[in-house]
Design a protein around this ligand. Structure first.
Ligand code: SF4
Ligand code: SF4
Length: 184
């Protein structure tokens, strides 16, 4: 079941419908790590101690994310760049008086976002690199020469067949869309 709400200015020309899905919380609650969603009573202690929220104007912290999930603001939440700001420090989980695993809930939401096709470009690039080379970051010819000059051994060969199998098992191959690129 879904409901529609509106946000923005009072005039109808400025209203933008937002989808509210009251069943969304059940989807989160049923995922490993999402079980504590409904224990949050919005005290804000987590956000007050979040290192990223403290230093970023664009990230309002875990409290907001959890509230959006509770309310079922699915599209707004899953397409939001804020879902990807978290540095996985687990401070929010440590300080929560309600025992809410905020970081784990964020991970659940990230996984749901990816399933719905919301993958930040940076992560997509990493998946492409792994698929093509087995490495998260491509090593440039310049760096390879520098390693050689410094007497470092060559980088180990990657078994791309094994990498491909792993990517299929984990579903990472769906995220990666390799494109031909020029060598740097
Ligand atoms: S997750 Fe915990 S600390 Fe954060 S707002 Fe909810 S109850 Fe408070
Ligand atoms: S785990 Fe993420 S959301 Fe929680 S305090 Fe650390 S950076 Fe903030």
């Amino acid at each position: 079941m879904t409901e529609e709400a509106t946000e923005g200015k009072a005039t109808s020309s400025h209203r933008r419908p937002i989808r509210v899905d009251p069943t969304f919380k059940h989807e989160v609650l049923s995922e490993p790590g999402g079980e504590s969603l409904q224990q949050c009573f919005q005290c804000g202690t987590c956000t007050a101690g979040c290192i990223i929220a403290e230093h970023s104007d664009d990230y309002k912290g875990p409290r907001k994310i959890i509230r959006m999930a509770q309310l079922g603001l699915v599209d707004e939440l899953l397409s939001s760049p804020e879902l990807w700001f978290c540095a996985t420090c687990y401070s929010c989980t440590e300080v929560c008086p309600q025992g809410v695993a905020a970081k784990d809930i964020i991970r659940v939401l990230q996984n749901l976002a990816v399933k719905k096709g919301y993958v930040p470009q940076g992560y997509q690039k990493i998946a492409e690199n792994i698929m093509k080379t087995g490495w998260a970051q491509k090593t440039s010819k310049f760096k390879l020469k520098k390693r050689e000059k410094q007497g470092l051994p060559p980088l180990p060969e990657t078994n791309l067949e094994e990498v491909e199998k792993l990517m299929k098992v984990t579903g990472l191959d769906d995220i990666a869309e390799p494109k031909e690129e020029e060598e740097d």
